[in-house]
Design a protein around this ligand. Structure first.
Ligand SMILES: [Zn+2]
Length: 359
């Protein structure tokens, strides 16, 4: 039973440089479902999901496409919003964009510098991350690989410790840049999220979400940066890191080239079936996508609607709610709804957002 009457939820959003794939959709559909369930439990839930529209991967994609980075971001954002709306993901109350939060990042860096949590070298401000890597539980090899995969350079000679990360990066050439006390530069990814979360929701959040691949380094540093700057611990009371989607033997990612794009799936399948395919499993567990899963999910949605037309009893509705309170056990909730029918099935369709997805 929740202790509080309200919940502040921060979700790490997209970097708008490529079309929405199933991995993105899984994260945002699960967080949306958690929010819907919390609201049904009577909580007043405030959601903030950022847009990382200042990021080196976006800058590189824009320069390859010969498009200004902010135009590419706006186009990809539009496509993302369409996909989320089709899948029944509710619009968050706050959608801060990184480019509008540069001043808070500058203030954050100044605070970290004055408290000794950061130092400056040639226009770049580094956050001291020795304790973050020590707490990560990863061995040296895995840690370095994770840092490198996320655009960090563990071998940057300017750093005092390999675990230090830039919270403000000096910009040169045609990289996006803003004025700062340390010269022209741009925010680092982890400090962007820390600054947006703290600016919008306050020094701590009740639930923090994102894909499981963000655990280290992104969430670990975002959390350490926010705690160092505000002095409030824990920054996040609970984490919901959604299990990764695999395809063709690897994690679904732009860099792997094994993407299953949501707009393509929606051409041939009901959005409700796509949504239920994502939800019909334990939320933290990684899984491998197969096209026949959509047929199974599609049949399940049809069965739920058929069950919703049965008389049923209100006891079934309570059993569906109880299953969802138990760590969002969607498979149990759906099985209960199908068996009980009537109000239970109608409630399941509604609380899982299946009736909000385009059919
Ligand atoms: Zn983030």
């Amino acid at each position: 039973m929740p202790l509080l009457s309200r919940a502040r939820v921060y979700v790490c959003g997209i970097t708008p440089y490529s079309v929405t794939h199933l991995g993105h959709a899984a994260t945002f559909v699960w967080l949306d479902t958690a929010v819907r369930v919390l609201r049904h439990e009577g909580l007043d839930v405030e959601v903030c999901r950022n847009v990382t529209d200042v990021d080196d991967v976006l800058t590189e994609a824009a320069s390859r496409a010969g498009t200004p980075y902010d135009e590419l971001a706006a186009m990809e954002q539009f496509s993302f919003d369409r996909a989320m709306s089709a899948l029944g993901v509710l619009r968050p109350a706050h959608e801060p964009r990184a480019h509008a939060y540069v001043a808070p990042v500058v203030r954050l860096c100044a605070t970290l510098l004055s408290s000794g949590h950061a130092y400056e070298r040639a226009g770049t401000v580094y956050f001291r991350g020795a304790s973050v890597v020590a707490d990560s539980g990863l061995d040296e090899h895995a840690r370095r690989a994770a840092l490198r995969d996320n655009g960090e350079n563990p071998d940057d000679a300017a750093k005092e410790h390999p675990g230090d990360v830039p919270v403000w990066r000096a910009s040169s050439g045609d990289e996006p840049s803003w004025a700062s006390p340390w010269g022209a530069g741009r925010p680092g990814w982890h400090s962007e999220c820390a600054a947006m979360a703290v600016s919008v929701l306050g020094a701590s959040v009740d639930l923090h979400g994102g894909g499981a691949d963000l655990t280290f380094p992104h969430h670990a540093y975002e959390c350490a940066i926010a705690e160092a700057a505000t002095g409030v611990r824990p920054f996040a009371r609970a984490w919901m890191r959604v299990g990764l989607v695999h395809h063709d033997g690897e994690k679904m990612a732009k860099s792997t080239g094994n993407l299953v794009l949501v707009p393509d799936l929606l051409l041939e399948h009901d959005a409700a079936a796509v949504r239920l395919m994502l939800l019909d499993r334990p939320w933290a567990q990684p899984w491998t996508y197969r096209p026949d899963m959509l047929d199974t999910a599609s049949a399940l949605v049809e069965n739920l609607y058929a069950a919703a037309g049965q008389p049923g009893t209100s006891a079934g509705r309570d059993a569906v709610a109880a299953a969802l309170r138990d760590n969002l056990d969607v498979p149990a909730a759906v099985a209960t709804a199908l068996e009980a029918g009537g109000p239970a099935a109608r409630f399941a369709l509604h609380v899982l957002g299946l009736d909000a997805a385009h059919r």
